[in-house]
Design a protein around this ligand. Structure first.
Ligand SMILES: [Zn+2]
Length: 307
């Protein structure tokens, strides 16, 4: 129903990603994080509880890539932390549950031997310490293409790393691995969990997404349509495209083939269950096979079962 007070703002969406270099690393847990005793840390109130943070040592599996992303160079800021080289405090929520069980804590767990997991480390700029503040200088790119690749990515850290190297910064969070420039990190387990959330958001109701996600910030430009929504961080671009799709009433479905689960756009009102004719065909073949097997097993044991 239309309301008199409602109006539509025609706006252009643009995606101009920050470029970044990424490498797959191995993070090995070495213990719980303890507040360092250096002068810098002494300035902070000491009565605050120790955060639920573990300390990990980062192993750059490929030294060539590590040097390419400038992780080898020391930095002035590294000194205040006084950690060993290549160690980094990590919030326990980022550690896969199979590596650090939810029931484990500072008092009952002291042995971290052999606990490691993959982590993707990215380098953005040597100049900036924490957040990217300048607008990116790279070209405009297609956010839809990025999103398609994202949803179709094979669930492998190497594929994820390649994706990030093609597209740029994933989020705005930076952290300092001691003895390196500021890095940004992506934890594959969380990345895949988040992807499932976005997949569900895209097929879910507009209301659910639009009432809980970040609003589209619109800025003015000097030419039609005079309003611009620009994103430079991949995750924020994915979120914006989900918002735009819901606002434009584009409908999506998730392929019913359990080993596919690709997103597809639902263009007609006709109910469709699979992303492609290939998937529909394969699912049908499987259904027939399962049916055949069922009727065969009803007939009794297989004839060749004896020998
Ligand atoms: Zn499919």
């Amino acid at each position: 129903m239309a309301h008199n007070s409602n109006f539509e703002i025609p706006a252009k969406f643009a995606f101009r990603p920050y470029r970044a270099s990424w490498a797959v690393c191995r993070a090995e847990l070495i213990g719980w994080w303890e507040r360092p005793t250096t002068r810098f840390w002494a300035l902070l109130p000491a009565d605050r509880p120790e955060p639920d943070t573990v300390l990990a040592r980062i192993d750059f599996l490929d030294p060539v890539i590590a040097s390419k992303i400038h992780l080898e160079k020391p930095s002035a800021m590294g000194e205040i932390a006084s950690f060993d080289k290549y160690t980094v405090p990590i919030d326990r929520n980022h550690v896969p549950k199979g590596i650090l069980h939810p029931s484990e804590n500072r008092s009952n767990t002291h042995d971290f031997h052999g606990r490691n997991f993959e982590m993707i480390v990215g380098h953005y700029s040597q100049r900036l310490e924490f957040l990217p503040v300048d607008k990116p200088d790279g070209p405009l790119r297609d956010a839809r293409e990025m999103r398609r690749e994202y949803f179709d990515l094979e669930k492998k850290s190497s594929a994820l790393c390649d994706f990030l190297n093609r597209w740029g910064l994933w989020h705005r969070m930076f952290r300092r691995i001691s003895g390196t420039f500021p890095c940004t990190t992506v934890f594959p387990n969380q990345f895949w969990e988040q992807r499932e959330e976005y997949r569900r958001a895209l097929v879910g109701t507009p209301r659910k997404w639009l009432t809980s996600s970040a609003p589209l910030k619109v800025e003015s430009i000097n030419e039609p349509p005079y309003f611009l929504v620009e994103r430079s961080i991949c995750m924020e671009a994915v979120q914006a495209t989900i918002t735009i799709d819901h606002l434009s009433n584009v409908k999506f479905g998730i392929c019913k083939r359990s080993d596919c689960r690709r997103l597809y756009e639902r263009r007609s009102r006709q109910k469709r269950l699979y992303c492609s004719p290939e998937c529909a065909h394969l699912a049908n073949v499987r259904k027939l096979r399962a049916k055949k097997k069922k009727t065969e097993s009803k007939k009794g044991p297989k004839r060749n079962a004896k020998g």
